[in-house]
Write a protein that binds this ligand. Structure first.
Ligand code: ATP
Ligand code: MG
Ligand code: FE
Length: 341
């Protein structure tokens, strides 16, 4: 099955052609980061305008690169939430037009399911699976007892991990998004500040990063006031160690308690080397039976290919939408907290 997949939930306009939900024939990605950088974050109106400029080109390029004609396609998949409403609408409108013009089924895809199913490009998903979903807007543990079933067993109560990286990066004078930059700096420093590890030992699978963020910012501001120079590498390393420690210990506990067969690491922050390495060594040491699949580095950030993978699974489960499909900026997974908590 050939799927044309469209992603425009935030600041990447991306269109991909994906075969059988696990083979990328093309993956056009136009990022708008340069346009948002001077504002220190994504400006919704600017994002929508860029998507409008790029979407038609993206569809053309994706088809051309894949050497696929519209008639060869089996469906059009599109992210319809969560994300910025104006940005989502551009992709949803383009997908509806394309599906209508070429008489193709339209498959609505949850952006977060897309992040998770990026793992399909590495290997098949094995159930029960647990997805550690860490991104710019989300930090959650998603329990998947079977294909296409998503139950959030824990999530952040305040900032998402990526959001915390971006905010402390700003304090260090880094450009948006700062995650990668801090990750690189962290590898050259040591955890000398010992920032708080919120909720690490609480009996739940939730996270909190705003206390860590405040502790970090207070430390930097205080040093500024007294004219003390702090080691940026150690600051970055300390922040990262705190984030990684909490995420890894909660993930480990969830894998043990729920008898998980496979752990999936996905989302923009899944590109974090510290997190990848620490999970690798924890699993090797404590959960050697657990299958661990990391989304490919290039597919951690937002992209159309992951939407094609999730769209394929959704299609297999008979999901489709008609031309009344609308963007849903606060779309959530269906979940039954009592079933697993
Ligand atoms: P969501 O998927 O929750 O809707 P989003 O799509 O904006 O949010 P992603 O594109 O999935 O987020 O991820 C972007 C985030 O990933 C940014 O916050 C960025 O700083 C962070 N990030 C990217 N690379 C790294 C890294 N190496 N270490 C830590 N964070 C990183
Ligand atoms: Mg982005
Ligand atoms: Fe995302």
């Amino acid at each position: 099955k050939l799927i044309l997949a469209i992603e425009s939930s935030c600041d990447e306009t991306s269109v991909a052609v994906v075969k059988n939900g696990n083979e990328i024939l093309s993956n056009f990605i136009a990022t708008q980061i340069d346009s948002h950088q001077r504002f220190g974050g994504v400006v919704p109106e600017v994002a929508s305008r860029h998507h409008i400029e790029q979407i038609t080109l993206g569809i053309d390029q994706a088809l051309k690169k894949a050497a696929v004609e519209p008639d060869d396609l089996d469906a059009v998949a599109v992210t319809y939430g969560p994300g910025l409403v104006g940005a989502l609408l551009v992709g949803v409108s383009a997908a509806k037009s394309f599906a209508y013009a070429h008489n193709l089924p339209l498959i609505p895809v949850n952006h977060m399911a897309g992040h998770i199913y990026a793992a399909r490009f590495v290997k098949p998903i094995v159930f029960p699976s647990l997805a550690l979903l860490v991104s710019g807007g989300h930090t959650e543990l998603v329990y998947m007892p079977a294909e296409n079933v998503f139950k959030i067993i824990g999530e952040t109560r305040d900032d998402a991990a990526g959001e915390a990286y971006d905010k402390i990066g700003r304090v260090l004078g880094m450009k948006y998004p700062a995650g990668k930059n801090i990750d690189e700096l962290a590898h050259q420093g040591h955890d000398t500040f010992n920032f708080p590890r919120a909720m690490e030992h609480d009996d739940n699978f939730d996270f909190s990063f705003s206390g860590l963020k405040s502790a970090f910012i207070n430390t930097v501001h205080h040093a500024d006031q007294i004219g003390e120079e702090l080691d940026r590498k150690d600051l970055a390393a300390s922040f990262q160690q705190s984030v990684v420690d909490v995420i890894v210990s909660k993930t480990k506990r969830a894998c043990e308690q729920l008898d998980i067969k496979q752990l999936i690491l996905a989302g923009g922050v899944a590109a974090n080397q510290g997190l990848r390495e620490t999970l690798d060594s924890m699993i090797k040491k404590d959960l050697p039976e657990l299958d661990f699949v990391k989304a490919p580095l290039k597919l951690c950030g937002d992209n159309g290919a992951m939407i094609g993978a999730a769209g394929y699974v959704a299609m297999q489960h008979g999901e489709s939408a008609d031309l009344t499909l609308n963007a849903d900026p606060s779309l959530e997974f269906d979940w039954e907290p009592d079933a697993v908590r």
